[in-house]
Ligand binder design. Structure first.
Ligand code: SOE
Length: 398
C-alpha cells in the first residue's frame, strides 16, 4: 500500500537514509493532469525502487479548497497556494513544477536561486528567451551542487530506453533517417471548448510545443545527435472555439510538420497533430539504419519492433520484442517476468532517476540544456513556417 503522507519513504540505497543523509522534502506545484501524474509517481516510487529517503511535503495550487483536496488524495502532507513562500521553507529541498508552461521560467529560476533542486514539466518554457534564462540559472545552480531536469517522460519508456541502447551498441549501423509522429485527436470537434492550451499567451504554441517537443526530444535522445537545419510548417484548422462568453480566437497551431537535418547527416521527419481522428495518444518512432531498423508506438507501450538486417535475408523481417523482462531497462523493479506496465510508470521512472541524481550529486538528464536544444528546434520550425517553409539554421545550443 502507498506510504502515509507523513512517513518519510526510506530507500535501501547507500545514498538514502541508511547512509544517514537527510530526508529530502518535496514540493509539487500543480495538481491537474501532470500534477496528478507526478504525484502518483512520488507516492509509488518508494514501493518499487530503492530511492533516497524523501517526504511529500506540500502540494501547491491556486484554489485553496481544490488543492487541499488534491493534496489529501495524492499523499501530500500539506497544501499551499503561494509558491513563493514554499521556496522559503528549509524543509523543502526539491521543487517539481507541473504548472502550465507560462509559469515555468519564473518559478524554476526562483527555485534554483533559492537552492532547490528542480524538476520541470516539458516544454521547458513558452519562449526561447525564457528557456535560455532557465538554462543559465540551471548552470549557475549546478555549480553550487543544485540539480535540475526536464520531464521528457518518454525517455523512461522501457522500450524506448532499450531502443537507445540498441542504437548506441551499433545494432542499426549508421542511422540514415527517422520518422517521428505524435498524433492525437482531442481537438477534432470544432465545438470543443477554448482552453489555455489553445492560447499563445499561455501555451506558447499548440501541438508544436505540447507534443512535437516530445517527438523532437526522442530524435535527439535516441540518436544522441543535434539538429543543424530545420524546415517547418504549422497549420490551424479551427481558428475559433467556444469560450465562456462567446467565440474565442485560437492563436496556436493544431498540427505541425518539420524535417530536421542532424549533425551526423541523418534526416528526421516530425509530424504532429491534435486533429488526427482516431489517434488517441500515438507517439510513433521509426528509425532506419544501414544494418537494421526499429519501430515503436506509444499505444503499444511494451513493444519494440526490431529488424536486424545482418541476419540472412531469408530470416529477415520485423520481430516484436515484448519489453517486459527483468533484463529490460527499469523492468526488474516491477512485476515478475511478462507482466506489462503503462504510461504512468514512465513518471515513476523519471522521479526515481531524479531522486537518485539529487542524492548522488550527479547531474541528471534530460538537462535544461537538453530542453533548450528542443526549444531551439521549435523556434526554428515557427520561423520556417512564418517564412513559408524556408530552411532555418539551428545554432548549437549554448
Ligand atoms: C496533451 O496533449 C498531452 O497530455 C501532453 O501535454 C503530454 O505531454 C503528453 O504526454 C500527452 O498528451
Amino acid at each position: 500500500s502507498a506510504p502515509t503522507p507523513t512517513t518519510p519513504h526510506h530507500g535501501a540505497s547507500p545514498e538514502g537514509s541508511s547512509a544517514g543523509k537527510k530526508t529530502l522534502g518535496v514540493a509539487a506545484i500543480g495538481y491537474a493532469f501532470m500534477g496528478k501524474a507526478h504525484s502518483n509517481a512520488w507516492r509509488n516510487v518508494g514501493s518499487f525502487f530503492d530511492v533516497p529517503a524523501f517526504e511529500q511535503k506540500v502540494l501547491v495550487g491556486r484554489d485553496p479548497e481544490q488543492v487541499a483536496r488534491a493534496a489529501a488524495r495524492y499523499g501530500w502532507s500539506e497544501s499551499a497556494t503561494d509558491w513563493r513562500s514554499v521556496l522559503e521553507r528549509d524543509d523543502v529541498h526539491i521543487v517539481d513544477i507541473c504548472a502550465p508552461g507560462w509559469m515555468h521560467a519564473e518559478i524554476a529560476i526562483a527555485a534554483l536561486e533559492a537552492g532547490k533542486h528542480v524538476l520541470v514539466e516539458k516544454p521547458l518554457a513558452n519562449t526561447l528567451a525564457e528557456a535560455e534564462a532557465m538554462t543559465d540559472a540551471a548552470r549557475a545552480a549546478r555549480a553550487r551542487g543544485i540539480q535540475s531536469m526536464i520531464g521528457f517522460n518518454y525517455r523512461r519508456v522501457p522500450a524506448l530506453a532499450l531502443a537507445k541502447e540498441l542504437i548506441a551498441e551499433g545494432r542499426l549501423g549508421t542511422v540514415r533517417h527517422v520518422r517521428a509522429a505524435y498524433l492525437q485527436d482531442w481537438l477534432v470537434d470544432p465545438d470543443s471548448p477554448m482552453t489555455w492550451r489553445l492560447n499563445k499567451e499561455t501555451a506558447g504554441s499548440g501541438a508544436l510545443g505540447d507534443i512535437a517537443s516530445h517527438a523532437i526530444d526522442q530524435v535527439l535522445f535516441l540518436l544522441g545527435d543535434t539538429v543543424t537545419e530545420v524546415s517547418g510548417r504549422l497549420h490551424t484548422f479551427v481558428d475559433s472555439r467556444p469560450g465562456p462568453d462567446g467565440p474565442e480566437q485560437v492563436t496556436v497551431d493544431d498540427a505541425a510538420w518539420a524535417t530536421l537535418t542532424l549533425a551526423s547527416g541523418a534526416v528526421a521527419s516530425v509530424e504532429v497533430s491534435r486533429m488526427a481522428t482516431g489517434r488517441k495518444n500515438s507517439l510513433t518512432m521509426e528509425i532506419y539504419g544501414d544494418k537494421g531498423s526499429l519501430l515503436f508506438d506509444l499505444e503499444s507501450i511494451n513493444e519494440l519492433g526490431f529488424m536486424d538486417a545482418t541476419v540472412p535475408v531469408r530470416e529477415q523481417g520485423f520481430r516484436r520484442i515484448l519489453v517486459n523482462e527483468p533484463d529490460h531497462p527499469y523492468m526488474d523493479a516491477w512485476w515478475p517476468q511478462g507482466h506489462v506496465i503503462g504510461w504512468e510508470h514512465t513518471f515513476t521512472h523519471e522521479i526515481r532517476d531524479f531522486l537518485t541524481a539529487v542524492a548522488t550529486g550527479t547531474p541528471p538528464t534530460p538537462s535544461f540544456e537538453d530542453g533548450l536544444a528542443v526549444q531551439q528546434v521549435l523556434a526554428a520550425i515557427e520561423e520556417s513556417a512564418d517564412a513559408k517553409s524556408a530552411i532555418i539554421q539551428v545554432a548549437a545550443h549554448r
